[in-house]
Design a protein. Structure first.
Length: 90
């Protein structure tokens, strides 16, 4: 039979898991804050069509990396695609 672990080691494992999860959450929030500052620096109204396409590609990379949520990705992509469509139809 296997020996049982003491409850103190179980508590220690749980604390380690919680600390690891908190550190991971903090890293994600820091990346999200950095992403938001980059997003606000991009001016959609004065951007050329090439810049709009590059921004959409960058957003795809951020979404694939898990840096932005699907809702934020979908909303901004829809806006950029509408701008791009309007520019190309001119």
């Amino acid at each position: 039979m296997a020996t049982r672990r003491t409850t103190s080691s179980k508590r220690e494992r749980e604390r380690n898991k919680q600390a690891k999860a908190a550190a991971k959450r903090e890293r994600r929030q820091d990346r999200a804050n950095d992403t938001e500052s980059e997003t606000t620096a991009f001016d959609e109204n004065t951007a050329s069509t090439d810049e709009l396409i590059e921004r959409i590609a960058a957003m795809h990379e951020q979404y694939d990396a898990g840096e932005i949520s699907f809702e934020a990705f979908d909303e901004e992509k829809t806006e950029l695609m509408a701008l791009l469509t309007a520019r190309l139809s001119e």
